[in-house]
Ligand binder design. Structure first.
Ligand SMILES: Nc1nc2c(ncn2[C@@H]2O[C@H](COP(=O)(O)OP(=O)(O)OP(=O)(O)O)[C@@H](O)[C@H]2O)c(=O)[nH]1
Ligand SMILES: [Mg+2]
Length: 376
């Protein structure tokens, strides 16, 4: 993983983001309900404005009552969440998923608007719904994150409620969620330990660094989940090693500079790790598609050869035996031919005739398939 300490990368990081990228960095802010995502976006927007680096802010939460920051694109202007619930007879979560899905169909327009602002915007921030799984496991969540990841330097900012995470079990659940999102989206990832104005996040950093300290905390926790948390913590050790964690207060703004440095390091990671991996996967996909096409071609050729199979052409007797499975698998003895050119012409003719019949049959059976499918 690239870090801000890497001297080569440091020189790059010291350059302002805008000079390195023609495109703004997209921050997708995720986190459990009430972790402070919206307040975090509000604070970040205010501080960036003060730095004369006004961000482009997008609200993707269709169910929020009000947006406490200057918003550039608001999902609520496009989709009426309550109407969606009524029209599709859905509950609150279903309503949010469907609203986000409807909005995702217009996401190309969002991309165009962000691209238009590329010249003078360094950061685009996406605030997401509290029901985190709506974004992480729905089709629209994947569409949005993958599209952004393919077009802009994109970083996932996972906001954790530090106050609630003093319980080792809650901390563990939060970390498991973060881990699963990281492996699903595979984008550079920053954990923001929010609300450090109330509780310092030092305990969490210690737990992540030293398993024994976490174990001690688990010992003190008498809940029946404690054992599970202990074993899971060992599993998460690898995840902790690579992850960037920043303490932040969405109320006071403490941790802002550290957060910006983490974003810069994440952008370097995006360029050095995500992009090459993304390109490699695209190449693999293209290769797989070509292979599949070749396989289908070969299969077709094989089927075709079985259909029109010249069993043997005996040069000694000049007898041509043609077995045509398409007409019942009987062998047909054709006439004796000694002239090779004549045979070639005849063969081409036979193949062409057969091919026409074959395709006619094929088309007929295909159209039947389609109708059947529709009926089913
Ligand atoms: N003390 C303190 N309170 C915070 C901080 N960040 C958020 N809060 C409070 O936490 C509560 C939830 O904050 P929101 O920003 O609405 O959280 P959210 O994650 O957007 O919530 P949903 O969108 O409903 O998931 C509010 O009462 C905030 O005032 C913080 O850094 N410190
Ligand atoms: Mg919110």
């Amino acid at each position: 993983m690239a870090t801000a300490e890497d001297p080569e990368k440091k020189a790059e990081i010291d350059q302002p983001l805008l000079e390195r990228h023609k495109k703004p960095v997209c921050l997708i802010v995720l986190g459990m309900a009430g972790s402070g995502k919206t307040t975090f976006v509000q604070q970040l927007t205010g501080l960036l404005h003060m730095k004369k680096k006004a961000p482009y802010v997008i609200n993707l939460d269709p169910a929020c009552r009000e947006v406490p920051y200057p918003v550039n694109i608001d999902i609520r202007d496009t989709v009426n969440y309550k109407e969606v619930m009524k029209q599709y007879s859905l509950g609150p979560n279903g309503g949010i998923v469907t609203s986000l899905n409807l909005f995702a169909t217009k996401f190309d327009q969002v991309i165009k608007l962000i691209e238009k602002k590329s010249e003078n915007t360094e950061i685009a921030i996406f605030d997401t719904p509290g029901q985190i799984e709506v974004f992480t496991w729905s089709a629209s969540g994947s569409i949005i994150s993958e599209t952004l990841g393919a077009l802009f330097p994109t970083v996932v900012v996972y906001v954790i409620d530090t106050v609630r995470s003093v319980s080792p079990v809650t901390f563990m659940s939060n970390m498991l969620y973060a881990c699963s999102i990281l492996y699903k989206l595979r984008l550079p990832f920053i954990i923001v330990m929010n609300k450090i104005d109330v509780v310092s996040h030092k305990f969490a950093l210690e737990w992540m660094k030293d398993f024994e300290m976490f174990e001690e905390a688990v010992e003190r926790d008498k809940s029946h989940h404690a054992n599970l948390s202990r074993s899971l913590s060992l599993t998460l050790d690898e995840f902790y090693k690579d992850i960037t964690t920043v303490g932040f207060s969405a109320v006071t703004g403490e941790g802002f500079e550290e957060f910006l440095a983490a974003v810069d390091a994440a952008v370097v990671e995006y360029e050095t790790e995500y992009c090459p991996e993304h390109d490699r996967l695209l190449k693999l996909q293209a290769e797989a598609r070509t292979k599949d096409k070749d396989r289908q071609k070969k299969k077709f050729q094989h089927d075709f050869d079985n259909d029109v199979q010249a069993q043997s052409v005996s040069s000694a007797t000049s007898e041509i035996l043609l077995r045509n499975r398409a007409i019942g698998g009987e062998s047909i003895s054709l006439f004796l031919i000694t002239d090779n050119d004549f045979w070639q012409t005849k063969k081409t003719e036979l193949v062409r005739n057969h091919s026409t019949t074959f395709w006619k049959n094929r088309r007929r059976s295909n159209s039947r398939n389609r109708i059947n499918l529709r009926k089913s």
